[in-house]
Each structure stands twice: as C-alpha cells, then as structure tokens.
Design a protein around this ligand. Structure first.
Ligand code: CP3
Length: 347
C-alpha cells in the first residue's frame, strides 16, 4: 500500500481514525448508469469483461475518473467463485445471472471443486493492472460473495425473490447445506487471500441476501461461515468490511466476526448502530439508494442530514445501503459525490 493510500480518508475512516470529512464510494459504482460503461459493455460479454485484466481495469477506473470517488472497487462479480467451482454461469441482459447446472442434490455438491486458484488467476492479474493505473492515488477494494449469498444463486440457478429452494435445503437437508457452505467458505478464503496477496488495500464480504434468514438460521447458515472466513484472512494492514442487507438487524452478531467496518442497509439509524457496536468498528452506509433518483435538493438534504448525525464520530464511510441501480441518472450520482467532497466537514 502506498503512503498516500495508507493516509487516505477511506483507510483512516475504516480504522476508525479521525478524518477531515467522510470518504465516499458506492457499491456498484462501475455499471450501467454510466454511458462509458455501455461503450465497453456493447463490445464484450460481462464475463469477458471480468476475465480480461485490461478491460476490468478500464471499468474499475471509470468511477474513479468520472465521479472522483475516494476508493476504487475491483470490477468483477460475487459469482466468479461459484463459476470457478464448476457452476455453468452466464449473464443475460434483463435476466441477470443464471447457472445452467443448479446445485440441488448430494452429487451436485460433491461435483463442485475447491481447487480454484488457477481458474481465478485473472483476478490477481487485474488487481496488478488496476494498482498500476491508480498509481498509489486512492485505495483499491477487493471483494467476494459470502457463502450463504453465493449458495443461494447456485441452488436457485439464478436470482430469486423468496429463496424457496435455498431455504428448503437449509431446513430439510441441513447437512447437505453445510457441506455446500463449507466448500464455498474454503474457496472464499483462498480467493480473498489471493486478492490480498495481489495488492488490494481493503476487502468487502457481500452477504447481500442475509435478510431472507431468521435470526437462528442467519447464525447457523451465514454468520458462522463469515466468522471462519474473516479468521482465515491474512489481513496484514488492510481493513475488512462486512456487508449484508439485514445488517440493521444482524449488526451485533456481525461484529462477533471482528470486521473493521460494518456496511449498513438503510433501515436503521446509522448512529444508533454505531453506538451499539463495540468500539473500533466503523460503519459504512447507509443512504437509501432510491434517494439518488430524487431531485438534487432532496439528495443534498439527505446527505447533509446523515452527515450531521454522524459528524462527531470517527469511523464513518459514506455509501448507500445497497448498490446503485442501473437507471439512476449519472449526474445525480456525481452531484452526491460533489456535495460530500465540497460541503461536508468534520471540523
Ligand atoms: O461495485 C462495483 O462496481 C464492482 C463490481 C460488482 C459487480 N457486482 C458488477 C456487476 C460488484 C461488487 C458486484 C457484487 C454483486 N454481484 C452482488 C453483491 C452486491 C449486491 O448488489 O448485492 C450480487 C448479489 C451480485 C450478483 C449479480 N451480478 C446480479 C444479481 C447481477 C444481475 C443484476 C444486475 O444488477 O445486473 C449481476 C451482474 C452484474 N454485476 C453487473 C455488474 C456491473 C451487470 C452486468 C451487465 O452489465 O449486464
């Protein structure tokens, strides 16, 4: 990590150190809301983009150059681990991710490999190219999907509204579910350590769909694996961020895994969550992404209001409670960054 990256607003806030203003980056900051993304996307499939280091680097740099965010995030997807394990993954416009060979029976789980390092080599290669492009300017965030969320795509065969098949496996065949979750957890540890070794400056674990689970099921089928993953990381000097939709409910349990930062959805009051957490855990969030559809006046008001609430606290990273939607106007996103960078001060 360069000295500039180490002293950046993002790294300082992630380690709960004082900053002159909160850093800002967005989940899904590189994507379809940018016409420059479409210029690349029209030429390649999504997986080709992820697997070609120069292209992944180009896309990673779009929000850095066009929005001026305070951190870059590797351009990839949480499902690349599942693909490397043997999932037959495709992304279709308007449909989203699809696995042609869903994992539902014991033999499906057994057929998945945990020997993934070779297949995922394009990721450390991309990280090296991105770090050259960043040239020490701002930190680069790596990431992976958490076992429960990745499992849900493998079992359902794609996106799901109710996670019916995933929850059926958890409830009727808990041993099979644990066998699958264990395999994904092993792969996730290997994969995140590869990213750390290649030079990312932070990692975020995405357990996007945790909200679907009851308290007890979250502990047994999600949280337990996230604890194991965080304990298995060669953290060096980099912060670890834990995200889920449902964090406003599960934050106290998530803290047991000892992340440096908890990324919070938009249901909770962020300061209440921060105060409830053990000292030294920073928070990230938690604007409702739909605010970015609203008029600029509203965007500004909500940003200022959240900052007023969090002002006295060290350890606050501005973000949304979930990712940017594809049809949010680009100039609204840029406006939000400008308000945060030009108008907010912790003084
Ligand atoms: O944040 C970033 O800019 C980095 C890149 C990134 C992508 N996906 C690119 C992407 C990250 C961090 C993700 C994480 C991801 N992927 C999550 C967790 C975050 C979240 O939103 O909850 C999940 C659940 C996925 C799975 C996934 N990938 C879905 C459901 C979809 C289809 C729906 C959609 O938004 O298109 C994807 C595809 C995907 N991942 C795209 C991008 C830019 C769109 C691909 C396209 O251009 O068609």
């Amino acid at each position: 990590m360069s000295n500039k990256q180490k002293d950046s607003l993002f790294i300082k806030a992630a380690f709960s150190l004082p900053t002159e203003r909160p850093p800002i980056w967005f989940m899904r900051q590189a994507g379809r809301f940018m016409k420059e993304y479409w210029e690349i996307k029209n030429k390649y499939s999504f997986l080709e983009m992820c697997k070609t280091p120069e292209i992944a680097a180009d896309v990673t740099m779009l929000p850095v150059n066009l929005l001026g965010v305070d951190a870059a995030i590797l351009f990839s997807d949480i499902l690349v681990t599942a693909e490397a394990m043997g999932g037959d993954l495709s992304f279709t416009q308007g449909v989203g991710p699809r696995f042609a060979n869903p994992v539902r029976l014991k033999q499906d789980v057994e057929r998945l490999t945990t020997d993934v390092s070779q297949k995922l080599q394009y990721v450390p290669e991309a990280i090296k190219v991105i770090q050259q492009r960043l040239d020490g300017s701002i930190p680069l965030i790596g990431f992976a999907g958490a076992p429960f969320t990745v499992m849900s795509y493998l079992v359902e065969g794609g996106s799901s509204k109710d996670f019916k098949l995933t929850k059926l496996m958890i409830h009727n065949q808990p041993e099979l579910a644990h066998q699958l979750l264990n395999k994904i957890a092993d792969v996730t540890i290997t994969y995140l350590n590869m990213q750390i070794e290649a030079g990312v400056n932070a990692v975020q674990l995405f357990d996007s769909w945790a909200l679907a689970l009851s308290w007890d099921d979250y502990r047994e089928f999600a949280h337990q694996y996230n604890v194991r993953i965080l304990a298995g990381l060669n953290r060096k000097d980099i912060p670890v961020i834990s995200f889920c939709k449902g964090s406003s409910v599960f934050a106290s349990m998530m803290a047991e895994a000892k992340p440096d930062v908890i990324s919070v959805d938009w249901n909770a009051d962020l300061l209440d969550i921060k105060k409830m957490l053990p000292k030294g855990i920073a928070v990230q969030g938690n604007l409702d992404p739909h605010i970015l559809y609203a008029d600029k006046k509203v965007i500004r008001e909500r940003i200022v209001k959240l900052h007023e609430r969090m002002k006295g606290e060290n350890g606050f990273i501005f973000n949304l409670g979930h990712g940017i939607m594809p049809d949010i106007p680009f100039d609204h996103v840029k406006y939000a960054v400008d308000v945060i960078k030009n108008e907010l001060t912790n003084a």
